[in-house]
Design a protein around this ligand. Sequence first.
Ligand code: SAM
Length: 344
Amino acid sequence: DSEPKKEDLQRITGLMDGFKASKALFTASKLCVFDLLQSRPGLDASQVAHEIKASVKGTECLLEACASLGLLKSKERTSQKPVYENTDLAVRFLRSDAPFSLHGYIQHCNNTVWPLFSHLESAVREGTNQYERAFGKKSKDVFQDTYYNSQDVKLRFMSAMHSIAKVTGKSVATAFDLSGYKTACDLGGCTGAMAYEFTKAHPGLSVIVFDLPAVVEMSEHFHPPHTDNRVSFVAGDFFKDELPKADLYILARILHDWPDEKVHILLSKIADACTPGCAVLIAETMLDGQTPYSALQSLNMLVQTEGKERSESKYTDMLSKHGFGNTRVVHTMNFLDAFIAIKM
Ligand code: SAM
């Protein structure tokens, strides 16, 4: 056998270490290290430890880990301890008040996704989400049974969705020429973040955000400072209630939450509400084998929901059963791909 190659070993060690890097990021984010160093750049480890009420030893290790991951810059001052400041990456995405902050999503990963992933083996054996093992509670409908039972968990989940929707919204909203559409309904539109991006990109478009009452009642916490009166909110259950009339239905990160049977129930309700020329716009990460992102996201859906990620051809096939065709896909190079299909 030839000696192991350095690149091969590095790849495997990178994979083995991935979870340590994730947890270092989650912990620094939870302890507000990036917010602290934004307002007070140049603190050393013992000053940071004092501010975040943590041990000096632990804080030193955490700050060095963050520096090695490119999240902090450490500057050696001659014969003194190193001092730290945020890198551009941390300034843009990790501060909690940055316009494209991923803080909300990182907290969701730390509090919910991490404990669920620790039961991945059971999820794979059983093919079901792991709420019962991780949190002692059975969860058939993750939204109504779990996230929305507590106000804190609900706000944390909404804030996680909000942060991704803000980062991805523009590329999804501008993926296709939508100038022919006047009214859209964003099904499961959560905080409205995606809807506001659609109205910004399309001056002639109004968007109704349709989501469960528990979400709609909290949505005003997330409205942008200058709200657009072309975005409105309607509370309801998209499996049970009548859908608002629109000529474009947006489904952003909705179908991946549900098994095929439920996707067909929802698509058939949308098809009933559509006349020829109406469209469905799906924003999901498409399984395509090109990058690990979508396949790993599918494991994420496995441990969290009843759903999974699907390929472009699977969505095309599912939509064709409800009379939608002329499908097009834009790979946005962002977290989400955009897919459109027209009612024939
Ligand atoms: N579309 C948003 C986005 O891309 O940021 C949120 C996606 S989140 C994964 C799924 C959304 O579907 C949540 O806002 C949830 O409240 C909503 N939802 C779940 N079940 C629903 C139902 N039965 N009726 C209406 N909305 C529902």
